[in-house]
Write a protein that binds this ligand. Structure first.
Ligand SMILES: [Zn+2]
Length: 348
């Protein structure tokens, strides 16, 4: 009985290391060495790339002076280590930005089916609230990664400061959501911009502090969300909140209040409407947006985003990240099933 074709996962290269050794991959998360190989097997493996059928390789080994059983054993070991995948159907080509996404997610997904992860994004809808440089970059990352629907939310006009990101000088004065839609259509013509659908996840970009009222709305609607808060010289990305599962924004504010009883008063001032321009430094916006978009893509792939129960502070001038872990606050009650007793909401 013939076995179905098997290939190395895309993105893995076979690199000769010595007369009796080759290395497969370079990322320490999955790279392996094949050691103590006879010269014929070194030659055989050195010719393998992402299109080689590894089942056929074992069959061909004898004709090239290698031991078929030994090669078959190595192929089995690579399969057990998660470095192989079933060969895709012939003629399947993604092209465009999705191709690199497919290669990466072939390595990152448990079954090696990166093409299915990327294809699955087409049915997803992601909301982005706040369309300055950071929010627009989040939306653009997601659109070119294959997310099918972007729901844009920002009534304000594009300001000259917004040109730090993907906004254009020619759009200054236009509504941000309209200008952002034009940018996204240029980058990802297949993406739907807006529509009457519930978002699978919402990214909220705010300045100075996250708004508790918006958090309450998202928790009530049971929509997963990602916070990005920009300040003059740093950005806080996270937490990612799956309502009822992860610590919510209120949990974080209650923890802050435990440490600083004046925090609720300060928070009210920070979230109050104020005149003036909230500028966004370009490199900070870019880094924060990429991190937030990556968390969304983890969620859409069925993975638990790293920033569930965590925030990352990106600080200028070097943008080196510092992570902070957060737990659910006992007084919040956001992760307690309905009907259970809990300390309950409590005014700070
Ligand atoms: Zn909570």
């Amino acid at each position: 009985m013939s076995r179905p074709p098997l290939q190395l996962r895309p993105g893995l290269r076979v690199l000769p290391r010595a007369d009796d050794e080759v290395q497969i991959g370079t990322d320490p998360r999955w790279a392996v060495r094949l050691v103590d190989l006879p010269p014929a097997e070194v030659a055989l493996w050195s010719a393998v790339d992402g299109t080689t059928d590894l089942v056929g390789l074992a069959d061909r080994a004898a004709s090239q002076g290698a031991d078929a059983a030994s090669v078959a054993t190595t192929v089995d070991a690579l399969r057990d280590a998660g470095l192989t995948r079933p060969a895709p159907a012939p003629g399947v080509r993604t092209g465009g930005p999705a191709e690199a996404e497919t290669v990466a997610w072939s390595l990152l997904s448990a079954d090696g089916a990166g093409d299915a992860v990327v294809a699955g994004r087409a049915g997803a809808a992601v909301g982005v609230v706040g369309l300055g440089p950071t929010g627009l970059a989040v939306a653009r990352h997601l659109a070119v990664a294959g997310v099918g629907t972007l729901l844009l939310d920002d009534d304000r006009a594009v300001r000259s400061a917004d040109v730090a990101g993907a906004h254009r000088w020619s759009d200054v004065g236009a509504p941000r959501a309209v200008a952002a839609a034009r940018v996204l259509r240029d980058a990802a013509p297949g993406a739907r911009i807006d529509g009457d659908v519930e978002p699978d996840v919402v990214v909220v970009v705010e300045h100075e502090a996250a708004d508790p009222a918006r958090s309450m709305l998202l928790m009530t609607r049971d929509v997963a969300h990602v916070w990005v808060v920009l300040r003059a010289a740093d950005a806080v990305v996270g937490p990612v909140v799956r309502p009822g599962v992860d610590p919510c924004l209120r949990c974080l504010d209650l923890h802050r209040t435990d440490l600083d009883p004046a925090w609720p008063t300060v928070l009210r001032s920070l979230t109050a409407a104020r005149p003036g321009v909230d500028g966004e430094v370009g490199v900070l916006a870019g880094a924060a947006a990429a991190l937030a978009a990556a968390q969304v893509l983890m969620l859409l792939a069925g993975q638990v985003p790293t920033l569930c129960g965590a925030t990352v502070e990106l600080t200028l001038p070097d943008l080196v990240a510092r992570e902070r872990r957060w737990s659910t606050h006992a007084a919040c009650g956001c992760t307690s099933p309905p009907g259970t007793t809990d300390a309950g909401p409590r005014e700070a």
